[in-house]
Ligand binder design. Sequence first.
Ligand SMILES: *[C@@H]1O[C@H](CO)[C@@H](O)[C@H](O)[C@H]1NC(C)=O
Ligand SMILES: *[C@@H]1O[C@H](CO)[C@@H](O)[C@H](O)[C@H]1NC(C)=O
Ligand SMILES: *[C@@H]1O[C@H](CO)[C@@H](O)[C@H](O)[C@H]1NC(C)=O
Length: 432
Amino acid sequence: MAFRRQLQLDIQPLILLLFSMVSISYALSDPEILLKFKSSLTNHTTLKSWENSSNPICNGERSNWIGVVCQKGAVLGLKLENMGLSGTIDANTLVALSSLRTLNFMNNNFNGSIPEFNKLTGLRTIFLSYNRFSGDIPGNAFKGMVRLNKLYLSKNRFTGPIPASLATLPRLSDLKLDGNRFSGEIPDFKQEKLHVVDLSNNQLEGPIPASLSKMNADMFAGNKGVCGAPLKACEATVTIIFPTSTTPADPRENVSPNFMNKISMWIIVIPIVVGVFILLAIVAFVIINQCKKPLPDPKLKAIKVEDRASAASSNETKPAEAAPKLTFASDDDGDKFDLQDLLNGSAEILGSGCFGSSYRTSLPDGTAMVVKRYKQMNGVGKEDFQEHMRRIGRLRHNNVLTLVAYYYRKDEKLFVCDFVHNCSLAVHLHAH
Ligand SMILES: *[C@@H]1O[C@H](CO)[C@@H](O)[C@H](O)[C@H]1NC(C)=O
Ligand SMILES: *[C@@H]1O[C@H](CO)[C@@H](O)[C@H](O)[C@H]1NC(C)=O
Ligand SMILES: *[C@@H]1O[C@H](CO)[C@@H](O)[C@H](O)[C@H]1NC(C)=O
């Protein structure tokens, strides 16, 4: 019992001592905070007046320390412009300045990555333009800075995407990121108060979000890949890249991931799909129209007259010769009709190709026949022609039109077969 009381007596002062040490470290005075902050800077000769600790920092609104902004006797901000400063901006130390609202380090020699400003949630303005800060800024670098309304990072060497957390700051009104190497797409800023957004001279790309379309076009100048209002509209062709490698590789390997994002994929795919559908629709339309062709038109008789004239003229010049006769491929068809019957029927031109024209005509009994008229056959002789016709006439196949009859004269070769409905193969293959 006595031992335990002794222990308690020993421990109590120790706890008190620890407690007071902790509270001391939390209660650094403003001059101590600023001097600690200064110690992480280099080339800070211009801050010599900070050494005179007998000087209070603030007298009301007036500051005795160079570069310190005062308000009601408290440190409102640091304005350390054009001082050739470099080193580290120690945000962890500045956390202790509870009334700190603004930091200005413009036009110094600071380099390296952006300081951890998101620990200073009370900040309203941050000015870091004209330094040599570099590297990617983490997406959450400004997360939770609900009071931040001005951020100037112009003319540094920042790279990578614009941090997404900037698009979530409710009070952001002025954002200057110009003259860096930011890349990727512009986040979808939705803040209504945002009225200055300078993104010029970076390496941004993709569409300008609709929320920024009313900004001055100069704000986006010098970014080759950016498009859409207020700049000229985005074109699908701008983003189309055809793989150039000869081996069929994964398309994602051929295209930079920044450029070939999902949106540009759709910009490519949608027009192609729509184009294919339009083409198919045209093909279907043409086929349907071809098959609905009206029955023989009497106006087409002009075509027939030519044939009749040529037949008649051959009669006149050689009156002794018998009327031109068709040769039938099969004996069964013999003398069912003759050439004159074909010429008398109303003719309709079906098509003309390199070898000659095809006509549809009707026999007196109404049977439709097709006459193919060869313009030339390389001067093939009668024997050869008849031999070929006999061979063709012997062909019997479901998918081959059977030759019914043929006609040979030196300057006229006709090929007669039955008429088959449903248009020609060529129409189905080539849509006319
Ligand atoms: C410190 O400041 C006081 C009051 O402004 C001034 O009188 C004194 O000369 C300064 N001392 C140094 C070392 O600058
Ligand atoms: C140090 O600061 C002075 C101005 O205060 C500046 O002229 C000089 O260039 C700076 N030196 C370095 C190394 O930054
Ligand atoms: C920053 O500047 C210092 C001094 O000039 C240099 O030693 C250091 O490598 C620089 N750091 C970066 C990240 O550029």
